[in-house]
Design a protein around this ligand. Structure first.
Ligand code: SF4
Ligand code: SF4
Length: 370
């Protein structure tokens, strides 16, 4: 990782924090910081991805603006996170995607919807596209199963590979003498921290978003989005298995497993995205990195539209609007798959890797001290 204005600022701030240590119980960043005396640029990348942006240290700090020291860790770390996403991106030429990420994700979304609609209308007659389609295989009369599954499968496989390579780049770059081998206890600890979004909880009271008062709103909305997303993924997986191995073609009844999972997941995602946008719009702007906002809003907008279009498709699937709604929904899904490794979605991957590294280091340090 290269030195930038943000990494130099973080190194300056962390030297002060490591002497002060007032915030050591706030999150995983401070205990990780206290294992070291000197910090490299790469250490900044690790600590920045460990930060959950709760603003706790900003509001607690006697040296935060307008103090002359101007310590503002949430903002500085958010800027470094954005730089680290570009640094670890794979393939490398795609790193530029993070420059104006909000504009890029919006353009890809518009392009994906236009492409799916245009190609579908090119191959389908008006009566099929705009006429009601019902019964097993109704969706595939609009877009054939082979086309749908091969485009989605190829895009998803590439994106998962790109995410895995990014995680690998982060892991290799941030290894230090404090690092140790990955083991089950560390994996369990990191998985627990990810699943509970532990560091959005502060000391049980939550983040300081709007001001110095505590709120669990961000944690709750993030949970709704994360578990809503996982339920939608489970819904799609179950539907694929039912179709592929049992020969039961979609659409399925309201009480079938894929529809129940997808409905709950979709509602969770819409509520989570809406709530997180509200939290962002009402948050104190001083500890916010403006450069990150485009990527934030673009991902939340894309996920909300993907979920909302899926719910609308479910409600109107027996009507003549089904063809257009299916194209719209698949356009959003395609845009999400394409932009997954080149947008804010990657924060979950790097933050998970940073939590795993922190768990390994904590364990190794305890063993050495013992
Ligand atoms: S953020 Fe401020 S109060 Fe907290 S450890 Fe750093 S210098 Fe101390
Ligand atoms: S903003 Fe929150 S998570 Fe980030 S360093 Fe400060 S206390 Fe830790």
């Amino acid at each position: 990782m290269l030195a930038t204005e943000a990494t130099l600022e973080a190194q300056r701030a962390i030297a002060i924090c490591n002497a002060c240590r007032y915030c050591e119980g706030y999150c995983a960043v401070f205990p990780a910081m206290e294992l070291q005396r000197d910090f490299t640029v790469t250490d900044m990348s690790y600590l920045a991805n460990l930060c959950h942006n709760c603003n706790g240290c900003y509001h607690a700090c006697q040296f935060s603006p307008p103090h002359a020291f101007g310590i503002n860790l949430p903002k500085t770390f958010a800027e470094i996170r954005l730089e680290s996403y570009a640094e670890y991106a794979w393939p490398k030429p795609f790193a530029d995607a993070y420059r104006k990420n909000g504009v890029l994700v919006s353009a890809i979304t518009a392009g994906s919807i236009a492409l799916v609609l245009f190609l579908t209308m090119l191959i389908q007659s008006g009566s099929v596209m705009f006429g009601p389609q019902t019964g097993p295989g109704a969706f595939y009369r609009i877009i054939p199963w082979g086309v749908m599954s091969s485009v989605a499968g190829a895009t998803l496989i590439f994106s998962i590979l790109a995410l895995a390579m990014g995680a690998r780049n982060f892991w290799v770059d941030t290894q230090t003498s404090l690092s140790g081998p990955i083991n089950w206890a560390a994996i369990e600890r990191a998985a627990h921290d990810v699943a509970t979004l532990r560091y959005l909880g502060g000391a049980g009271e939550g983040c300081n978003d709007a001001d110095a008062s505590f709120s669990l709103a961000r944690r709750h909305f993030h949970h709704a989005l994360m578990y809503g997303f996982l339920l939608c993924f489970a819904s799609t997986s179950v539907a694929t298995l039912m179709d592929h191995f049992l020969g039961w073609e979609a659409p399925y009844s309201w009480y079938s497993l894929p529809v129940v999972l997808g409905t709950l997941g979709g509602i969770g995602m819409v509520a989570g995205c809406g709530g997180l946008v509200w939290v962002k719009m009402t948050t104190d702007p001083v500890p916010v990195a403006r450069r990150m906002l485009g990527a934030d809003y673009a991902l939340l907008g894309l996920l909300a539209m993907a979920a909302a279009s899926g719910l609308l498709l479910l409600m109107l699937r027996g009507t003549g609007a089904m063809g257009v709604l299916l194209c719209l929904h698949l356009g959003f899904i395609l845009a999400f798959f394409v932009t997954m490794p080149y947008g804010k979605f990657v924060h979950g991957i790097y933050r998970g890797a940073a939590l795993l590294k922190a768990a390994v280091e904590r364990q190794k340090n305890t063993i050495v001290a013992g």
